[in-house]
Structure formats: C-alpha cells, structure tokens
Design a protein around this ligand. Sequence first.
Ligand code: NAD
Ligand code: LMR
Length: 327
Amino acid sequence: MATTITITGAGGQIGYALLFRIAAGDLLGAEEHVRLRLLEIPQGVKSAEGAALELQDGAFALLDDVEVTDSADTAFDGCDLALLVGARPRGPGMERGDLLAANAGIFGPQGRAIAENAAPGVRVTVVGNPANTNALIAASAADGVPAERFSALTRLDENRARAQLAAALEAPVASIRNVPIWGNHSATQFPDVSHATIDGRPVRDALAERVGDVPSWLEDTFIPRVAKRGAEIIDVRGSSSVASAANAAIGHARDWVRGTEGWTSAGVVSHGEYGVPEGLVSSFPVESVDGQWRIVEGLEIDAWSRARIDASVAELVAEREAVRELL
Ligand code: NAD
Ligand code: LMR
C-alpha cells in the first residue's frame, strides 16, 4: 500500500526541491509507493499544479498519485507523513522569530485539519519558520494526536555543523558523528561538539591539533558560522536556503520512519529532559527507534554548554509567550 505524504507550500521553492526527490524514493526507499497531496493557498495553486505536471512527466515508478488542493481537509485526508513547509521565508536583516506574526496563524488550522483527517499514526515535520514554535502551535491544535507526532526541523543546522567540522578537520563529513543541535532553530541555537567523534575519536582532540585554542574557535568561529548560516545564505543567494533545506527535511523524515544509527537532531516536545520546560518544542540529540523520536538522555553538560542551552531555551519560552493565545 502507498504512503500518503502531504506537503504544504508545495508550490514554493522548498516544495519544488522536495517533490521530485520524494517521488524518486529518497524518503521512503526504493520499494515504497507514495501518494502526494500538495497543499497551497489559492495564489500558489498554479505553481503546485505546474509541479504536478512535471511529476507526471518524471514517470516515477513509485509515484501512484498526485493531488493539488487549497483545502487543508482534503490535503490531510489519510495523511501518513506531513511536511509543513508552507510559510513566509525571511529576508535580509530579519531574524526567524520576526516571522512569528506572519506565520503563526497558519499552523493552528493545519494542526486541527491533521487531527480531523490524517491517518492514526501520522507524523508531522514542521519546516516553516520559526519552526519550533510553529510545531508547538500545530501540536497544540491537533486534539487527540500525541504531541510526539510533531517535530521541527533542525537537521539542517546539524548538517551545517558536521560540514563545518569536516572542512576544519579536512575529513570526510561521514566520519563525523554525534553533533547535536540544542534549543531553537535560530541564531541562539547551540551546535554541541562535546560528544562528537571523528572516526570514533573525540572531535575536540582532533580540533586541538588543527585550530589550537578549541574553546575560542568554537565561540568565535564555529558556533556563529553554523547559527548564522541561514542569514549567510540569504545574503549570498538573495533568498533563503532551498535544496539544503529540502535535503535536511528528507533526512529528518526518513530517519523518523526508518530509524537511525547513532544520534541526530530534531525539535521535539520536551517532557523536562535536560531541564527544558515541559511542553516546549526544543532541539535535542535524538534517536529514532520503532518510528518514534527518543531524546538521548544522560549526557554530561558542562557549565559553558548549559548556559548556551539555557539561552536558546529562554528564547523558546519567549516565543511561546508571544503566541500564548494560539495555544
Ligand atoms: P516560498 O515562499 O518559496 O514558499 C512558501 C510557499 O508556501 C508558497 O508557495 C506559499 O504560497 C505557500 N503557503 C503560504 N501559506 C500557506 C498556507 N497557509 N498553506 C499552504 N501553503 C502556504 O518559501 P520557501 O523558501 O519554500 O520556505 C518555506 C518556509 O521554510 C519559510 O518559512 C522558510 O523560512 C522555512 N525554512 C525553514 C528551514 C528549516 O531548517 N527549518 C530551512 C529553510 C527554510
Ligand atoms: C535556514 O536555516 O536556512 C532557514 O531557516 C531559512 C532562514 O531564514 O535562515
């Protein structure tokens, strides 16, 4: 039986970068057939319809069916996996939190439509910014759907962090593991190398041989580079990340469904782990086991890391306060 995947904002940039890879089997693998439901606002329907024509022309063996709609009830009918991408992107000089006013209103109605129409085991990945708080809004509105079925994309930050480490260490990116992102998908995020390894050896030891003063390099070079990479992309390309975002969303959803070897990062609902207030959608080191995200527990957090995690979590608390009437 085919898996029904709903993509909101499917007529936009990330939508276009996602659709063909999903149809080609990059998300669910080469055996699993998919049915695509493309949700757009009325102004975006033509663009999504154009993508649907091209999907047909791709003659994808795994693609059973494509439907374009501006009705959330239709789009989420029988949905197994949802990628909530449809939202305004930021422009130069903006922080992602500045999008809250424009985008927060999208996620309550979509959460409700998911609760009313989706398949019982639905899993929802929120990409539209600010992703953590939008996931919180959608989860709160989805009566009867466990909050654990909603997660926010911070995999792009993790990929960026691993790629920066690989460049600094002149090593293949695949050799670098366990680089979790903590907190918000924002400039306050904490990309954490404390537990990271390169070919099984601590990354910190390898960095000491390359960059000398590791704490200064982390503080002055690595963390700002990763945390502000979204703004750098906007600066250089004139609009926000697209293909790397789609790639991260596919990696996130694929791991959620198919499981992980080792850790990755995702914004998931806190039950108080690592002192993060209950109910916030915060990024943590996670594993995917039996189709569910599990926060990696018991990691030692030093005082410097603690302060950084706390700062990002404080921003999430402030975002939650700002949307209190939607929760
Ligand atoms: P885009 O403007 O190209 O596309 C957004 C699409 O969403 C548009 O086609 C628009 O019509 C549609 N849309 C708007 N409101 C909608 C609604 N209520 N229902 C359905 N569709 C709706 O933008 P993009 O570059 O594709 O980015 C989309 C979002 O993803 C932005 O908020 C961006 O900031 C965010 N983003 C997040 C990450 C991440 O790592 N979490 C990475 C990159 C981009
Ligand atoms: C990113 O990290 O590239 C996205 O969240 C887009 C942005 O606004 O930075």
